[in-house]
Design a protein. Structure first.
Length: 603
């Protein structure tokens, strides 16, 4: 299949923001695509070479490298490439413009056919482009940078202008713009006449859209139904809604409900197949190597031959056995010597779910059955056992258990429905699980997780570091990050001093294309570093773009007196608090205030 067909679709996708039109364009493309390359086409559209959880290397070419490769491919100076880039603001457009401009001139590399117009190109296939990109990604180690640039420039030399534009955007990680997984699933559903919810379920338990597309194209919808959780392939985790009022919690969860300690550790999906163990993080990254002690526990304590269980890995104090906060796990990760780390930062595991056991897809079973199975297959020990839980029937029981959890060093509770619909909803944040967290002594009922997108230089005592950071929430609809607040308090002196170093790898010469901000920061960053923030309350703000126009025209929502709580390296920028969640928190806060002032509130 010719790569130009994919490039044409990318062109259409770029020109429309209508999800319906985008899905239609994708459906058309998928219908035309031979089944042996459809996985590659899907990955290219996703802007990736493989699912992130495979842990395979990334392309590893930075902006300057792209500039050099374009210059080598086209035989123009780097200064010229930079000039065109600066006038167009995008290397993709720059390479396209330069290539179009060269149509009547000869190009730098020899050995290819010249078109009638003098342009040198070759009909590239999807396979060629994909495998060349894989080669680039796989080159590692000394001298690999030059080889990578050479491979990229030879690809750009033979690509036509439009193809070159999208290859460059792919390299820069700018392709994803606007087309999310949801739209790709819409396109697949329409191309293969497959029920959309079936594709979504398959994706949640087997998060590889390329593989799903291939299965659909080769075997049809029937096979899709047979997708099961598979040891070695992470499932997208089920997530909890939040609430702060015990009555509301039990109304939503139903009575009786299961209240469980909410441990403050790292979520772990533990997979077992014979004597092989994998551990995946909440972001679906493989973290097996970081926890040889947990691997040992799992091998010894999981009695089933094959299983997927979920739990929290928590650091404990080796002297007292008490839980230590989440940050301790991060210290452990930073230690170079793993054996020393194991001794200094021992961990325990508390299991709360069971997704697969010896051929049985447990995600379709209700929670009481999953808990029962978990109990059956785990040979419990002090370090590897089920999460502390209690069946609660009223708010008084819930409150008492909550205090017990906090006393034990937990963040609060996760209250879970035991009802007839209490299946494991992979990839869904819903009311079947509700988190009830300890108040951080602020009026905001919960903390939020935001990503750093910019910074302001510090003055006086803070000269040399940043005075404040510009933070944003994620809007999945537009795939952009919208600013919510500037945070400058809550950091220790040490954290403050380290800010520039911590953020340097993400520094950009301009605002990131996915950041929506009216505020001009002194320094811009790629949205990468996530932090947890608390504050006095959510307020309307004319300065910030989060939820702009949703409560009041031209006005957004911001956090008053925001304060840094901690870094969240376990969260990716797309997993942070969404603008929709902030809007819901704002309305909930309004309701609370109005109840309090009319005397019916709980405070
Ligand atoms: P938070 O920022 O509050 O930790 P989150 O966004 O990381 O939440 P949520 O789904 O909102 O994720 O909260 C549930 C998280 O709580 C899980 O991801 C898991 O790591 C942790 N957790 C601790 N104990 C439990 C438990 N008993 N059941 C489910 N999740 C638990």
């Amino acid at each position: 299949m010719e790569f130009s067909i994919v490039a044409q679709t990318l062109d259409i996708l770029e020109k429309t923001s209508s999800k319906i039109q985008q899905a239609a364009a994708l459906a058309l493309l998928f219908k035309k695509t031979p089944s042996n390359v459809i996985d590659k086409v899907v990955y290219i559209i996703q802007g990736t070479l493989w699912p992130d959880w495979k842990g395979l290397p990334e392309l590893g070419i930075a902006e300057k490298g792209v500039q050099k490769a374009i210059s080598m491919a086209l035989g123009v100076s780097e200064a010229e490439v930079e000039r065109v880039y600066k006038s167009l603001g995008d290397y993709g457009l720059a390479v396209e413009r330069l290539k179009l401009g060269k149509q009547n001139k000869s190009v730098g590399l020899v050995g290819f056919i010249k078109s009638a117009k003098g342009e040198v190109y070759k009909k590239l296939t999807v396979d060629e482009v994909y495998s060349q990109l894989v080669k680039i990604a796989m080159l590692q180690g000394e001298g690999s940078r030059d080889m990578k640039l050479r491979l990229l420039s030879s690809l750009l030399a033979v690509a036509d202008p439009k193809e070159a534009k999208y290859i460059v955007r792919f390299i820069e990680g700018r392709l994803r713009l606007g087309v999310g997984e949801a739209t790709i699933m819409d396109g697949l559903a329409s191309a293969f006449g497959a029920p959309r919810d079936l594709i979504e379920r398959a994706y949640n338990i087997y998060p590889d859209l390329g593989a799903i597309a291939k299965l659909l194209a080769e075997k049809g919808v029937v096979e899709l139904k047979n997708i099961k959780p598979t040891p070695g392939i992470p499932l997208r985790p089920m997530l909890a809604e939040r609430a702060s009022d015990p009555t509301e919690i039990l109304n939503k969860a139903g009575i009786p409900a299961l209240a469980e300690f909410k441990y403050d550790g790292e979520r772990a999906q533990i997979h077992k197949k014979g004597d092989r163990i994998w551990i995946f993080s909440r972001r679906l990254e493989e973290i097996t190597n970081q926890y040889p002690d947990v691997v040992e526990m799992a091998l010894k304590r999981i009695k089933a031959e094959e299983a997927i269980v979920e739990g929290e890995i928590i650091a404990i104090d080796p002297e007292t056995g008490e839980f230590r906060p989440f940050q301790e796990l991060m210290h452990r990760k930073r230690k170079k010597d793993i054996h020393e780390a194991l001794k200094e930062y021992p961990v325990v595991v508390r299991l709360f779910d069971c997704l697969y056991v010896d051929g049985i897809d447990m995600t379709l079973k209700i929670l009481p059955e999953r808990r029962e199975m978990l109990r059956k297959i785990i040979d419990e020990s002090e370090e590897f056992k089920l999460a502390e839980g209690m069946i609660v029937n009223n708010t008084a029981e819930l409150e008492t258990f909550f205090l017990k959890a906090v006393e034990a060093g937990c963040e609060g509770l996760v209250v879970k429905s035991l009802g007839r619909d209490s299946v494991y909803q992979a990839g869904v944040r819903g009311w079947l699980w509700i988190k009830y967290k300890r108040d951080y002594k602020s009026e905001m009922t919960d903390t939020v997780d935001l990503v750093v997108v910019g910074a302001f230089h510090g003055r006086g005592k803070r000269a040399g570091t940043y005075g404040a950071l510009l933070l944003a929430a994620y809007d999945p609809e537009s795939d952009t990050f919208k600013t919510v607040c500037k945070v400058g308090t809550g950091f220790t002196d040490e954290e403050l001093a380290e800010l520039p170093k911590k953020l340097e790898p993400y520094r950009l010469p301009h605002k990131h294309h996915r950041v929506d901000s009216d505020i001009e920061a002194d320094v811009w960053f790629e949205p990468a570093v996530v932090m947890e923030v608390t504050g006095a309350e959510l307020t309307l703000s004319p300065l910030h773009t989060c939820c702009r126009g949703m409560v009041k025209q031209g006005v957004g929502i911001s956090i008053r007196f925001p304060r840094f709580v901690r870094w969240r390296p376990d969260k990716s920028p797309k997993e942070i608090t969404t603008t929709k969640e902030i809007l819901e928190m704002y309305y909930r806060q309004l309701r609370k205030v109005s109840q309090t002032t009319t005397g019916v509130g709980e405070e």
